[in-house]
Ligand binder design. Structure first.
Ligand code: LIP
Length: 265
C-alpha cells in the first residue's frame, strides 16, 4: 500500500485532535438524563446550545489550521468554499444528546471536490472514535474494521433512520419490507453512528429516506474502506440537499435494496 498523501494525512490527524477537543466540550455541556434540553427546529428535530458551540469551536480551529479549505456545517451552512472542504455535524444524534442519552457523536468529513476522502466520528459517551482515509482503511479506536459477513437477511439487523421529514406511511412501508426479509429492525437516532455500525459490522444495513450531507460526510469513506455497499447518495442530490441513503454489508445489499426499492447503482 502506497503511503498516504501527506497533505491529507496531516489533515486527518489534525481533524482527530480537533474532533476530540470538540467532543470534550460537548461532554462538559451534556444535559443530564431527563426531559429534552433544547428546542425543536421543527417537529422532533432538536437543537441544543451545544450544537452551535461545538460547530463554532470546530469552524474556528479548522480555519486557523487550513485557512484555504472550505467549511460547511449543519447549523451555519457553507462558511467557505475550497477544493478541499470540511463538512461537520457538531452533534449527530441531538435528540439523544438532549436527553442525556449516549448515542450521539461529533462527525467531521473531508471532501476533495465532490469526493469524500477522509472522516472522523467521535462518540465520547460510548468511548469510540472512527477514522478513515480513502485507500488506507477504516478504523474503530485504532483497530481496522470491515462490514459484517452475514449472508442471510433472516439473521440480519437493519436500522432505519426516522424523522418527521418522512411521511409515516413511507417509514412504515420500509420497516415492513425490512421485517418481511426476516431482518431485525432498529432505529437509533444518529445516522452517522448507524452508518459507522454498518462499517464495523454491528449492523448489516442502514436506510434513511431523507438525510443530509453533514450526517454522512465522515461515514462515507469509512463505509467504502470497510467494504460496505452504499447507494449513490451524492449523485442523487445529497451533495446539495437532503437525499436517501442505503448502506449494507456486501452480502445482503442487493436483497435489501430490492426489498426497500432503493437502488444501489
Ligand atoms: C439526525 C440524524 C438522524 C435522523 C435525525 C437527525 P441530528 O441528525 O442523524 O439520522 O434520523 O432526524 O437528522 O439532527 O441529530 O444532527
Amino acid at each position: 500500500m502506497s503511503s498516504p498523501n501527506p497533505a491529507i494525512a496531516c489533515r486527518l490527524e489534525a481533524a482527530r485532535a480537533v474532533v476530540h477537543d470538540a467532543a470534550c466540550l460537548a461532554m462538559s455541556m451534556r444535559p443530564p438524563p431527563g426531559g429534552p434540553a433544547g428546542k425543536q427546529k421543527a417537529a422532533q428535530d432538536w437543537l441544543t446550545e451545544t450544537d452551535g458551540a461545538v460547530e463554532a469551536f470546530i469552524a474556528e480551529r479548522m480555519k486557523a489550521l487550513f485557512p484555504d479549505d472550505g467549511f460547511q456545517g449543519e447549523e451555519g451552512g457553507v462558511a467557505r468554499a475550497g477544493q478541499l472542504r470540511w463538512v461537520v455535524d457538531p452533534i449527530d444524534g441531538t435528540s439523544n444528546y438532549a436527553r442525556g442519552r449516549s448515542r450521539w457523536c461529533v462527525s467531521l468529513g473531508l471532501l476533495d471536490g465532490d469526493d469524500p476522502i477522509a472522516g472522523v466520528i467521535e462518540a465520547p459517551a460510548l468511548g469510540e472514535v472512527y477514522t478513515a482515509l480513502r485507500g488506507h482503511g477504516a478504523f474503530l479506536n485504532g483497530k481496522r474494521i470491515q462490514a459484517s459477513p452475514v449472508t442471510d437477511p433472516a439473521s440480519a439487523m437493519i436500522e432505519m433512520g426516522w424523522s418527521n421529514r418522512v411521511p409515516k406511511s413511507v417509514f412504515m412501508e420500509k420497516i415492513d419490507a425490512i421485517m418481511d426479509l426476516g431482518a431485525m429492525p432498529r432505529s437509533g437516532g444518529s445516522g452517522a453512528l448507524a452508518l459507522a455500525d454498518v462499517a464495523c459490522g454491528r449492523l448489516d444495513g442502514y436506510i434513511e429516506i431523507v438525510i443530509n450531507l453533514w450526517d454522512v460526510a465522515a461515514a462515507l469513506p469509512l463505509l467504502a474502506e470497510a467494504g460496505a455497499r452504499v447507494s449513490p447518495f451524492l449523485r442523487t442530490g445529497g451533495l446539495t440537499g437532503p437525499a436517501t441513503i442505503l448502506a449494507a454489508n456486501p452480502h445482503i445489499a442487493d436483497a435489501l435494496s430490492k426489498a426497500v426499492s432503493i437502488p444501489l447503482e
